[in-house]
Design a protein around this ligand. Sequence first.
Ligand SMILES: NC(=O)c1ccc[n+]([C@@H]2O[C@H](COP(=O)([O-])OP(=O)(O)OC[C@H]3O[C@@H](n4cnc5c(N)ncnc54)[C@H](OP(=O)(O)O)[C@@H]3O)[C@@H](O)[C@H]2O)c1
Length: 261
Amino acid sequence: MHNAAFRALKLNYVYLPFAVTPAGLPGAVNAIRALGMAGVNLTIPHKERVLPYLDGLSAEARRIGAVNTVVNHRGRLIGHNTDGRGLLMALRSAWGLSMRGRVVCLMGAGGAARAVAAALMGAGVKRLIIANRHRDRARRLARAIAGRSARVRVIALSDLSLGRIAVDCDCLINATSIGLQAGDPRLISPTVVGRFPYVCDLIYRPAMTPLLRDARAAGCRTMNGLGMLVYQGALSFQLWTGRKPPIAVMKRAAEAFNTSI
Ligand SMILES: NC(=O)c1ccc[n+]([C@@H]2O[C@H](COP(=O)([O-])OP(=O)(O)OC[C@H]3O[C@@H](n4cnc5c(N)ncnc54)[C@H](OP(=O)(O)O)[C@@H]3O)[C@@H](O)[C@H]2O)c1
């Protein structure tokens, strides 16, 4: 996706994958400075662990407590988090849906859910309902993002709880990892899923998760996580290069990759 974008804009950059162990993280961060890299993306398990090794954080990354993008400003490494804004842009692009004034139910309270919850609050949702297997983790997330308003509520990740709130909700977002593996159990029953007008799964591989299949069969509008992947990448691209990202090129490359494996 990034290399396709660099080629399209004739930029002298290359995007490379590096497998970094937790023990290797401090050395890898120093290598960004030593090798003069423009920046990096980070993924699990480094998104939170990298914080002490950076020179600064964007307000967004500080609020989320995790970094997915590092920008090298002449040796000063600044951490950003583009995941949540990436999802908002994908929702707007796919459905023309703004989150202002919406009631959203978010399943999950891990790293991706933190980024999405912070972005939804920033976008002005009316109410955010968080459902997670471990309720303590959901409560911690709710406390971290709630601010002064009382717009965040935590419920059990169960058919009963989700069934009760669905009628008032605009959108259901799955930010758990359930659906990644073939044979994963259903998070909630098809009847309950069908009560949400819009259903989004952050998972993009497989492109059609059991949740999305149930939602589509029930007539809901559905979206997988590929759009979020593209837009979070586009925001990173802009941070590294200062150039407007060629979204259509990035989307095509991501779609080709997703269907090729
Ligand atoms: N589209 C994109 O660009 C994008 C970006 C980032 C992440 N993602 C996707 O988002 C998902 C979550 O990633 P993450 O980084 O947030 O992972 P994470 O920090 O490990 O969080 C995992 C989440 O899944 C829940 N979970 C795991 N096993 C479960 C089970 N058996 N039953 C119910 N809930 C379960 C966890 O609940 P507990 O807290 O109770 O353990 C937690 O809420 C992944 O599928 C990832 O691929 C997509």
